[in-house]
Design a protein around this ligand. Structure first.
Ligand code: NAP
Length: 289
């Protein structure tokens, strides 16, 4: 059935810059159609200086809500009425729900990550995991894992000018969740070796492995991939990074970032509509896109 635009059709959308490359319109408009919800989802290129007016438009036009992507995930917070516990902890918002004129900020990236792990039957709750990188994706992953009850998270990042700020952020997440979170220098190979021996999951939350560096891995050697590990790479393009290829060659469970991308969208859809996104229909479309 085609989407029929009516006088009642509701609007959701993406605010980003650039926004036009996004697969979210395909995902959500298909999901609206499949679930019989009279709504559409459009992409909007929003300049940083127009974000306030654009968020006001969500209220004045009665939009269901919006997704936020770069560069608006943190800047949007000042225009919201309330934050979910995860968005508060992460300090970034990727989904806003218009709740009868109140704008509620959520962050569904971490939920998407945890759900993607369920797809490969990996359950880190109560266990230890290691994350490479400490940027936006990593912060969402670490925060949700900590909120859900992962016991210990070893985070490795380059020791650059952001390192002290990252340390403070991770200490805050640890204090608020009770999860033990350690930050270490990515160059410390012996610490990384120990962390991976003790972890049940390795997460790459850096862009290392994307083109043009698709021959690189975020860890120094495949020898560090011990048999106790599952390996999750937040990258979805390419689908099979070198890290995932090496892990699969050792028979480890692996997942690329596509599942996280789909499930963060599914969580936003659930927040807007109260319904489950038909992931089985959406996944092949996203894989092809
Ligand atoms: P970001 O905020 O810019 O963070 C990038 C992180 O990678 C930082 O910790 C950075 O360390 C580290 N890094 C960058 N280059 C590195 C290198 N050569 N060696 C070691 N570490 C390096 O980016 P992001 O938004 O978190 O995105 C990170 C990755 O996740 C990207 O591949 C992105 O496509 C993916 N992602 C996937 C999803 C999904 O739904 N699957 C969602 C969001 C992002 P420094 O602090 O030292 O710069």
């Amino acid at each position: 059935m085609e989407n029929q635009i009516t006088g009642h059709t509701q609007l959701a959308g993406l605010y980003a810059k650039p926004a036009r490359h996004s697969i979210s319109p395909l995902m959500h408009t298909t999901a609206f159609r499949e679930t019989g919800i009279d709504a559409v989802y459009l992409s909007f290129d929003v300049e940083p200086e127009d974000l306030g007016n654009s968020m006001a438009a969500v209220k004045t036009l009665g939009m269901m809500g919006v997704n936020l992507s770069m560069p608006h995930k943190m800047a949007v917070i000042e225009f919201l009425d309330e934050l979910s516990p995860a968005a508060e902890l992460i300090g970034a918002v990727n989904t806003v729900v218009n709740d009868k004129g109140r704008l509620i900020g959520h962050n569904t990236d971490g939920v998407g990550f945890m759900q993607a792990l369920k797809d490969i039957a990996v359950e880190p709750v109560g266990q230890e995991m290691t994350v490479i990188g400490a940027g936006g994706a990593a912060t969402a992953i670490i925060s949700q894992a900590a909120l859900d009850g992962v016991k210990q998270i070893n985070v490795f990042n380059r020791k650059d000018e952001f390192y002290e700020k990252i340390a403070a952020k991770l200490a805050d997440i640890a204090a608020k969740t009770g999860c033990q979170i350690n930050l270490q220098d990515l160059a410390n190979e012996s610490a990384l070796t120990t962390a991976l021996q003790e972890s049940m999951l390795l997460v790459n939350a850096t862009g290392v492995g994307m083109k043009p560096n698709d021959d690189l891995m975020p860890i120094p050697s495949a020898e560090l991939l011990t048999e106790n590990l599952a390996v999750f790479d937040a990258i979805y393009n390419p689908r099979h990074t070198r890290l995932l290829q090496e892990a699969a060659a050792k028979g480890l469970k692996t997942s690329n970032g596509l599942g996280m991308l789909i499930h963060q969208g599914a969580e936003a859809f659930r927040l807007w509509t109260g319904q489950e996104m038909p992931v089985a229909v959406i996944r092949p479309l996203v894989e092809k896109a």
